[in-house]
Design a protein around this ligand. Structure first.
Ligand code: KG4
Ligand code: ZN
Length: 334
């Protein structure tokens, strides 16, 4: 069978990334240029700054990936690009770069939804088995997706307000930790004790989540203690917060697997790097004999290799956008 090489571009937030992926599972080369240091000073991503940095970085990253792969554009079969969701100014840079390359080199242009990318990150390590449920947890998303076959996505549930990573980053900020706060809270959560009485958010029979109430509970507790002149124990607060997050995410996901009679679980997105969440899912899945797949941390946070993996299946299905491809800040996964 002829090999298919996808050149993929991801610029939906603050990482400029280009990758070349073979046959939807083999990463040939990937470059990720993170802007975290630039945005950390502001405590979060500044959209205009992100967009300007993508403009400066995109051609450098593209040239670097071709050089690392020792390939020329002639060998590429199709260009895949994240068209949404994400920050519109950031998405546009990737989309314009992809359109330009597709036009100059006369290659098919394949649109990829960012969440499809996060799920297909799993395919870079082991072939995805269907039916599966994916829990996608990142700075912008908290979603449960059912897949019965390749590139078929059914939404089961998701957050009604803050994404889980967003809640991590906001809680970290109020605890005086730097951006992005998720990894700091995760580290501290392993050092502290669960001493703070925080609510288990949206503990109901649905498959939806809500993290803004939990986030506000932490913020209120921190403010109240400050007003009383008391110090917050940051490690204990991190442990208490992380325990609630892990408990509700695992509880609803395990219930979704039973309800849909599914044996394969993928944990995806930036928050899938969370040690507490990984450990709890590993234990539960071992007990219940669920086949769990969690991509390597480098594939959990935003990168173009995952877009190249998803892009291969979208390409095989004939998804094309030619010159009308538009960046979309919000869009349903389909
Ligand atoms: O997937 P990603 O790189 O970008 C989005 O699409 O949002 O996810 C970034 C998010 C941030 O909110 C960051 O704090 C969170 O993932 N994150 C973590 C951990 N590592 C990254 N959250 C909790 N624990 C971690 N270890
Ligand atoms: Zn992401």
């Amino acid at each position: 069978m002829k090999n298919t090489y996808i050149l993929a571009i991801e610029t939906s937030c603050d990482e400029t990334s280009v990758s070349i992926v073979k046959n939807g599972h083999e990463e040939i080369a990937t470059v990720v240029l993170s802007q975290i240091d630039i945005h950390a000073k502001f405590g979060g991503v500044v959209p205009e700054t992100a967009s300007r940095n993508h403009i400066e970085n995109i051609t450098i990253v593209l040239e670097e990936v071709l050089s690392r792969a020792n390939m020329t554009m002639e060998k590429i079969d199709a260009i895949a690009v994240t068209y949404g969701p994400g920050l519109i100014g950031s998405l546009l840079i990737g989309v314009v770069a992809a359109k330009t390359l597709a036009f100059i080199y006369d290659k098919p242009l394949v649109p990829v939804h960012h969440i499809a990318g996060h799920i297909y990150a799993s395919n870079l390590e082991k072939q995805m088995q269907f039916p599966l449920i994916a829990l996608v947890v990142s700075g912008g998303h908290t979603e449960l997706i059912l897949m019965e076959e390749d590139y078929s996505f059914k939404y089961i549930g998701g957050t009604m307000d803050d994404a889980v990573g967003e809640a991590y980053d906001k809680v970290a900020r109020v605890l005086g930790l730097s951006y992005p706060g998720g990894p700091h809270i995760d580290k501290l959560a392993h050092e502290g004790k669960d001493t703070y009485e925080l609510p288990l958010p949206m503990d109901d029979s649905s498959f939806d989540f809500s993290f803004s109430g939990l986030k506000s509970a932490v913020i209120n507790m921190v403010h109240n203690e400050k007003q009383r002149g008391n110090e917050i124990n940051v490690a204990n607060m991190a442990t208490s917060f992380q325990n609630r997050v892990v408990e509700i995410l695992t509880k609803k996901t395990m219930r979704a697997l039973i309800k849909h009679d599914v044996n394969n679980l993928i944990l995806a997105g930036g928050v899938a790097a969370n040690r507490g969440l990984r450990e709890r899912f590993k234990k539960l899945c071992r007990e219940k004999e669920i086949n769990l797949s969690i991509p390597h941390i480098k594939y959990c946070t935003d990168n173009a290799a995952m877009i190249g993996a998803a892009g291969y299946y979208a390409y095989k299905l004939g998804r094309r956008f030619g010159n009308v491809l538009k960046a979309k800040p919000t869009d349903q996964l389909n």
